[in-house]
Design a binder for this molecule. Structure first.
Ligand code: HPA
Length: 262
């Protein structure tokens, strides 16, 4: 299995997979539940980040088990979705944003496989946090399908699970475009395992203080439900277009530490 999809809030149902089969993968970090299925003759894995019943809050997700499980199945390419609040008036609810940068405002997450326990100190380059090859295919396919996709966006990752204060949002709006609670450490762990990773964020609301009304989780779920079909059809078209051979730098993230330049 070389391709996986990670579904965020409101995306629990891997509808486009044929013959879905649930598997539990044991990892050194705990168990992960993955649904395997077939798409276009290709085996694809689906992981519901918050659990299929949205029972795991962002700060309690076992990101390391999830990413390790995907790696252990042979996954090389991951497309993820996230619900986000918008920090910009030109990113409206229902819009899709293809992330190209992130800023980490999380507080206490287990965000690395290299925490120094085995005496290894690893610093990975994050100049290009999201896979450039996957990003290009997503941009191309969105064009072909006539789906509006903002091609750049900086994601501010907060700890949650509460939504932000208007003062926090005023500060974040100086730095980023959208705000969510889950992309870190997922994007970091994918790179540490040399898996390609791209995220299509779906704007579900204007962020606190920009929105005229208090935020509700129900609002996030309803806007997600109304718009998720765009993400599904985008991912469905992208899957057959992903080349077998990777020509991006993601597979070399740890090359410096292997000592053999491969
Ligand atoms: N803030 C943080 N996470 C979110 C939001 C938000 O406004 N909307 C959807 N996920």
């Amino acid at each position: 299995m070389r391709i996986a999809i990670i579904g965020g809030t409101g995306v629990y149902d891997p509808k486009f997979l044929e013959n879905p089969e649930e598997v539990i993968i044991s990892t050194p970090y705990g168990d992960a539940k993955i649904i395997k299925g077939i798409y276009s003759g290709e085996e694809v894995g689906f992981l519901a980040r918050h659990g299929v019943k949205h029972s795991v809050p962002p700060h309690k997700i076992n990101y390391k088990a999830n990413m390790w499980a995907l790696k252990s199945l042979g996954v090389e390419r991951i497309m993820a979705t996230t619900a986000v609040g918008s920090l910009r008036m030109n990113l409206a609810p229902g819009d899709l944003v293809l992330l190209d940068q992130f800023i980490d405002f999380t507080k206490g997450r287990d965000y690395t496989f290299y925490d120094g326990k085995d005496g290894k100190v690893i610093h990975i380059d994050f100049s290009e946090p999201y896979c450039p090859e996957l990003r290009n295919i997503l941009i191309e396919e969105a064009k072909n399908l006539g789906i509006k996709l903002h091609p750049y966006g900086t994601y501010i990752c907060t700890e949650g699970p509460r939504f932000e204060t208007p003062a926090e949002i005023k500060m974040f709006a100086n730095f980023g475009d959208v705000v969510g609670m889950t992309n870190v450490p997922e994007v970091v762990l994918a790179r540490e395992l040399e898996m390609c990773y791209a995220t299509v964020s779906l704007v579900t609301n204007y962020a606190a203080g920009i929105s005229k009304t208090p935020l509700t989780h129900q609002e996030v779920l309803s806007v997600m439900a109304e718009n998720i079909e765009k993400v599904r059809s985008l991912f469905s078209s992208v899957i057959p277009k992903i080349p077998r051979e990777r020509s991006c730098p993601c597979k070399f993230a740890l090359r410096e530490y292997r000592g053999n330049n491969k």
